[in-house]
Design a protein around this ligand. Structure first.
Ligand code: PLP
Length: 384
């Protein structure tokens, strides 16, 4: 199947097809494709008169959400727990992995705080130290991260796959192999990479992955998922306990037969009740990625990013902060210009959604954007 971006825009992003907005800000929050809007609107409507459908109608979003999330990252649905954001998954890793006093968790400077504070919290709670490896040329330093794993008492490495500020993408397969060789847990915040790039949790030997779905997965706020490697699902105790994590709660006529025994799968880490209408929409959005094919989506986004990289190349008035090599970036591109505030104002005046972060203008195109849209943005970025 060819990647028909015009058909995709018409079907799923009609406002983009009509030219109402050039949306290049998926690194902040993604818009909902039409199918997710429809699913959410229908579920919301039925929620208002919920006697019209059975509870299975709502629960179906949860079940398909787990299935589609698993398919997206080469996991199995029994390794997926529905969460409401990235932080919940990071906290799950920090609190469920059996750390003890004196253990060290390694990460990189420049991390988004969602993958920092939960680990800082461990110092107070358990005497576990977070060590941040300095960046090199203002980018995460993969060699130094691997070298840091050999320091005493290191038990875990936690990184963002793609940096929120620079768009630098780490080689998860390399880091995962380095962790596995040393018996170190590997935790990944995938929110800035999943969707625009392909991720295989098995090939990358990831132990726990956390992601919200509100950005590149084009899903409502309050939706997301965590992956926990199957062996760890068995070993770990959930740090917070949900009533629907117990098979005993499945029989609604026997609630009071308390039986403190978890499901043998990642449902043990879920804490329900969740936003069910929004999870219906998340399932719809994830289905779009699976239909288009994650590799086809990644190829489209990579070609858009190539366009920006080529434009920056050789220009004296801009500096691409994001690494230029394809393997070292996903959909997030950060560009330094002389006067950030003025550049941002010009982009806004041109109707281009973007953000300014850490010294760069962040343009983050996705599966339905076009090079023509990028050209409008790039022309606005620097005055002629
Ligand atoms: C790398 C990274 N992690 C996490 C988040 C958000 O965390 P949460 O989904 O918990 O709000 C963001 C952006 O907001 C991010 O860029």
């Amino acid at each position: 199947m060819t990647y028909d971006v015009e058909a995709l825009r018409k079907r799923e992003f009609p406002w983009a097809a009509r030219g109402e907005r050039i949306f290049l800000d998926h690194a902040a929050t993604g818009p909902l494709p039409q199918r997710a809007r429809d699913a959410q609107a229908e579920a919301n409507e039925l929620r208002a008169e919920l006697w019209r459908v059975g509870f299975e109608y709502f629960w179906d979003g949860v079940v398909r959400g787990r299935e589609f999330a698993a398919a997206l990252i080469n996991a199995s649905p029994d390794e997926i727990a529905i969460t409401t954001n990235t932080s919940q998954g990071v906290n799950l890793a920090a609190r469920a992995l059996p750390f003890k006093a004196g253990d060290v968790v390694v990460s990189t400077a420049g991390e988004f705080p969602a993958n920092i504070y939960p680990w800082m919290g461990l110092e107070k709670a358990k005497g576990v130290f977070l060590e941040l490896v300095p960046m090199k040329h203002r980018l995460p330093d993969e060699d130094a991260l691997i070298a840091a794993l050999d320091r005493p008492n290191v038990r875990a490495l936690t990184v963002s796959w793609v940096s929120f500020a620079t768009g630098a993408r780490l080689d998860l397969a390399r880091l995962g192999a380095a962790c596995r060789e040393r018996g170190i847990w590997f935790v990944v915040d995938a929110i800035q990479g999943l969707g625009p790039a392909v991720l295989d949790v098995k090939a990358c030997q990831i132990d726990i992955l956390a992601t919200g779905a509100q950005k590149w997965l084009l899903s409502p706020w309050g939706t997301g998922f965590a992956y926990v490697r199957r062996d760890l699902v068995q070993e770990l105790d959930p740090p917070v306990v949900g009533w629907l994590s117990m098979p005993a709660s499945a029989d609604f006529t026997r609630f009071l037969d308390y039986d403190y025994a978890f499901y043998p799968d990642a449902r043990k880490f879920e804490v329900f009740t969740a936003p069910m209408h929004d999870l219906k929409a998340m399932a719809a959005s994830l289905s779009l990625f699976l239909e288009l094919g994650p590799a086809a989506v990644a190829a489209h986004v990579a070609s858009l990013a190539d366009h920006v990289v080529a434009w920056c190349d050789g220009r004296p008035d801009v500096r691409l902060i994001t690494p230029a090599a394809r393997a070292r970036r996903a959909g997030l591109l950060s560009i330094a210009v002389d006067d950030l505030a003025a550049a941002s104002a010009r982009l806004s005046a041109a109707g281009v959604s973007h953000t300014v972060r850490e010294g760069g203008v962040r343009l983050s195109p996705h599966l339905y954007n076009t090079t023509a849209e990028l050209d409008v943005a790039l022309a606005a970025l620097v005055p002629r």
